[in-house]
Design a protein. Structure first.
Length: 145
């Protein structure tokens, strides 16, 4: 099975995420980041070579997993489960460089640092994407709902 590698990032000119390949600028575009959508044709506002320029802090990689509703899970997403040890808990999806894996970091109220995001964990606990740290920063203030 082939692993799908893609990214998302918020456009600098609109408050929307775009999805596709991540590119870094070169030459006079050095220091800029772009997402090139997986499209067969490009809208007039999308450069077919560069894609859309995005805000670097909003770039997140697809984890390769889907939540209980079939929605893709990306770095920066906030996931929720009512089933986790009979308590509701929110997790922030991050990439852990020390362990080279995507992890779910509890936002509040738990005594562990993170847990590895795996398909069986997502399925068993019915994990659901309820927002992300860019559009829903208020979710970072509370853990359990």
């Amino acid at each position: 099975m082939k692993r799908e590698i893609k990214f998302r990032g918020k456009r600098i000119d609109k408050d929307v995420f775009v999805f596709g390949d991540m590119l870094t600028g070169m030459g006079h575009k050095k220091g800029k980041f772009y997402i090139l959508p997986h499209l067969t044709y490009y809208p007039s506002d999308c450069n077919s070579l560069d894609g859309y320029e995005v805000i670097s802090e909003t770039i997140g990689q697809f984890t390769g997993l889907l939540d209980k509703n079939g929605k893709e899970i990306y770095e920066g997403d906030i996931i929720f489960s009512q089933k986790c040890d009979c308590r509701a808990i929110l997790h922030k999806v991050e990439y852990n460089e020390d362990n080279a894996m995507f992890v779910a970091k509890p936002i509040q109220g738990w005594d562990f640092d993170f847990c590895q995001i795996r398909k069986d964990w997502v399925d068993k606990y019915g994990k659901e994407v309820i927002g992300n740290v860019f559009d829903n920063p208020e979710l970072l203030k509370g853990g359990a709902e």
